[in-house]
Ligand binder design. Structure first.
Ligand SMILES: Nc1ncnc2c1ncn2[C@@H]1O[C@H](COP(=O)(O)OP(=O)(O)O)[C@@H](O)[C@H]1O
Ligand SMILES: [Mg+2]
Length: 306
């Protein structure tokens, strides 16, 4: 039996990925870690999160808050939501919020499709605010709602968070002009408890905590991703393998993906389509570094793009 990363044809990360893909006849990598909306799986918690988003936006709430641990699928959820929004909803998605107030306005306007006639440097914050207000009124006039979605919102500066609260004051005499959706790690909830952000906290009336997958969702999740990767020779995770995956990942999709891909490789190395507990165990050893070989770890990192 060959081992992970052992010289020869398995010594190189690209070739092992290519080989296991060929072995199962995958068209795509089923567990690749980028948040690819094509692979979106509607777990119970993701469904609830989407419902909260839609509710908050359609009821004209100023803010919606969605938190979740790293790897629970916040970024994927935001992309999926934006891609599937109907034409009555205009969205801006900000993925990196380590920006100033002025930069944030500029990014939001750009994402809403605004074409600037002046260079960024010659624009002022007040000028941008005016443009933004005009854009919101224009959308309102066309019967459209606007949602500004901010991922990794725990990284927002307190000053920028307070600025968002002020932005959310933009309204007509009867309607809110937009909903701001904050997505972030659980520490965002803590941050919002700070005294200086209490006014913002009071404005957040819709919130949801994105939970890891439930135990009985894992098998369906794995199947779903495998099906979308269109295998010719379908691999199969047995019950004990799924239990092991759950114990390791606690249901967090990012960890499931990392372990599932390595378990598939381990099954391929053993020349079988059935993925068993020992394959998952080998994957976990490698991820957790209990497998001491430096060389192996480095190719695993290359495969998973750590
Ligand atoms: N509901 C889901 N359906 C399919 N894949 C998911 C789902 N949730 C998370 N994932 C996968 O898990 C990984 C981590 O998701 P990501 O959105 O980056 O998490 P977060 O932003 O919360 O850290 C990605 O590979 C993503 O595709
Ligand atoms: Mg993310």
């Amino acid at each position: 039996m060959k081992k992970f990363g052992e010289g020869g044809e398995f010594g190189n990360s690209t070739s092992i990925v290519r080989s296991y893909m060929e072995y199962f006849g995958f068209e795509k990598r089923p567990f690749f870690i980028t948040p690819d909306t094509e692979f979106f799986f509607l777990s119970n918690s993701h469904r609830e999160a989407l419902n909260h988003l839609l509710y908050g936006i359609h009821e004209g709430m100023g803010f919606v808050l969605i938190t979740g641990e790293v790897g629970t699928g916040k970024t994927l959820l935001s992309r999926y939501f934006v891609e599937n929004a109907d034409e009555k909803l205009e969205t801006a998605l900000i993925l990196n919020p380590r920006v100033s107030e002025k930069e944030l306005l500029w990014l939001i306007l750009t994402d809403l499709g605004h074409i600037f006639s002046k260079s960024y440097r010659s624009l002022t914050r007040v000028g941008l605010l005016e443009l933004f207000n005009r854009k919101l009124l224009e959308s309102y006039g066309q019967g459209k709602r606007v949602a500004v979605i901010i991922d990794e919102a725990q990284d927002l500066d307190d000053r920028v968070l307070e600025f968002l609260r002020l932005l959310s004051n933009l309204e007509t005499h009867k309607d809110k002009l937009m909903t701001i959706v904050l997505l972030g790690q659980p520490e965002l909830e803590k941050k919002l408890k700070n005294r200086n952000l209490r006014q913002l906290k009071q404005r957040i009336l819709v919130r949801h905590r994105l939970e890891p997958l439930e135990k009985d969702e894992i098998g369906v999740y794995i199947d779903h991703r495998i099906t979308l990767a269109a295998p010719r020779e379908r691999p199969y995770f047995d019950g004990a393998a799924l239990n092991q995956l759950y114990r390791y990942s606690g249901g967090i999709p990012r960890l499931i993906n990392a372990a599932a891909e390595l378990a598939l490789i381990a099954a391929y190395i053993d020349g079988q389509h059935r993925v068993e507990k020992r394959h998952v165990a080998r994957a976990i050893d490698t991820l957790e570094g209990t497998d001491r070989s430096r060389e192996r770890k480095s190719w695993i990192r290359r495969i998973l793009r750590f």
